[in-house]
Write a protein that binds this ligand. Structure first.
Ligand code: LLP
Length: 439
């Protein structure tokens, strides 16, 4: 466990989040239930904001919506001074509805549709991050038709591999994201953008991967991109006004992961700021405005999921399955990435784990597991199971598989808990179903 003031074991031996007893939360709101610790989200936003201000100056943190997107979250991150990165019309709509000012929104995506681009331009989205050659033509023709000029960044691929899970690496040369610096594609992209009067090229973006603890890949990427920026200045007179280094800092999930606290992220951000400053000095480049786009590290450890234990299947000598009332429909990360999680029994939070079990979801699929071979105290039907570090890429990746309802989200603060995403009813699940006329 990576406990903190707002995620602790209380006097009753129960797990508590944001001052709320998780056993009581489960009784009041039912399970499965996503719980978010507001203070931790705010602390993390401040860590990024303050470390960027202190270590760099002209800088802006953007919250990466893909980690968890709902209206209340934008209200929180905006009130802490963050902007947002969105990758779809749905995220853009939610961000705007949550009060995020359009000019603080960066629109990403490796294949934005025409409808998405029109929506972004007409909503006054601050910056569009171009992700390919073809998109330069596509975007400028839409701008021309709509009578708009767009501020853009070019997503480049510095070819740096961050040490993380294969599927979530995005910056290798072979990647659907960005234009490779090494291959010359990025330079061709710059020339193409500069020839379009509808596009104002502010600078560059890169995202080298996710769940990264090692800072070396960031430093290497910064050096490569800034060298490229200097070359573009020399060859085409381009002034790089913005440098957006994406997200990627890791969080604690399970044994073996670094147990970080809020201060550690300030230190990480400082290292990145130093790298940008030092490289700018090295190549005599005016310092661009610096942007970071953290997602996982803002909300990941702020979230836990509560489940109720149901069917327990002990296959002697082979495996003990602890069945829960959730599964891959609320957390597909084991099924997708064999992601590791830590679980405890909420009511016996300090009890020593005594058995090795696997936590099985309720979907009709053998791979529907939340954690494999993890230690738990002996669990029985009706126990509340808490899984840590589920704030990022759980709710946002949830589905209605097997027509299970996506669980609600409650925000917890100072002992209060309220829905920020309400429960789905069966009616909600079947809302868009209809009958073809001949049925
Ligand atoms: N910016 C861009 C352009 C990104 O592609 C991403 C994540 C981020 C920012 C935020 O990165 P973070 O700080 O959250 O690491 N579904 C996977 C994660 C995919 C991340 C993709 N891009 C998972 O569950 O681990």
């Amino acid at each position: 466990m990576n406990l903190r003031e707002t995620l602790r074991i209380n006097e009753r031996g129960h797990l508590e989040i944001g001052g709320c007893d998780t056993v009581e939360l489960a009784a009041k709101f039912g399970t499965p239930l996503y719980c978010l610790d507001e203070k931790h989200i705010r602390d993390m936003c401040r860590a990024y904001r303050d470390a960027l201000a202190a270590g760099y100056g002209e800088a802006q943190a953007l919250y990466a919506s893909k980690a968890l997107s709902c209206k209340a979250l934008y209200k929180i991150v905006h009130s802490e001074g963050l902007g947002a990165d969105v990758v779809s019309s749905g995220e853009l709509y939610t961000a705007l509805s949550g009060g995020m000012p359009a000019d603080k929104i960066y629109f990403h995506g490796n294949n934005k549709t025409g409808q998405e681009i029109v929506y972004a331009l007409n909503s006054g989205v601050g910056t569009i991050v171009i992700d390919g050659d073809d998109e330069i033509d596509f975007l400028s023709s839409i701008c021309e038709r709509e009578g708009k000029r767009a501020s853009v960044l070019l997503r480049v691929n510095p070819g740096v591999e961050a040490h993380t899970h294969h599927y979530i690496q995005t910056s290798k040369v072979d990647s659907k994201f960005g234009l490779s610096i090494k291959s010359g594609d990025a330079e061709r992209g710059v020339k193409n953008i500069l020839s379009r009067k509808q596009l104002d090229l502010k600078g560059f973006h890169c995202h080298i991967g996710s769940q990264i603890f090692e800072l070396k890949p960031f430093k290497v990427a910064v050096a490569i991109i800034l060298d490229f920026a200097a070359e573009m200045r020399r060859k085409y007179g381009l002034i790089t006004r913005e440098l957006n280094l994406g997200g990627g800092l890791g969080i604690w999930y399970a044994k073996g992961d670094r147990k970080t606290n809020v201060k550690d992220y300030k230190d990480f951000v400082k290292v990145i700021c130093d790298a940008v400053r030092e490289n700018c000095e090295r190549i005599s480049l005016d310092r661009p405005r610096l942007l970071l786009e953290p997602g996982r590290s803002i909300v990941g450890e702020a979230g836990i999921t509560l489940y109720t234990v149901g069917n327990i299947k002990d296959i002697k000598g082979i495996r003990k399955y602890v069945g829960i009332d959730g599964g891959m429909f609320d957390n597909p990360r084991y099924a997708l990435y064999q992601a590791k999680y830590t679980a405890i029994l909420a009511k016996r939070a300090s009890e020593q784990p005594a058995e090795k079990v696997s936590i099985a979801g309720k979907c009709c699929e053998s791979g529907d597991l939340i954690a494999v071979d993890v230690m738990l105290p002996p669990a029985k039907r009706g126990d509340i199971l808490a899984v840590f570090s589920t704030g990022a890429y759980n709710y946002s990746m949830a589905s209605n598989y097997n027509r299970n309802a996506v669980p609600p989200v409650v925000l917890c603060k100072g002992g209060q808990a309220e829905y920020i995403v309400k429960p789905q009813s069966y009616e909600d699940i079947a809302r868009n179903d209809t009958f073809a006329s001949w049925l």
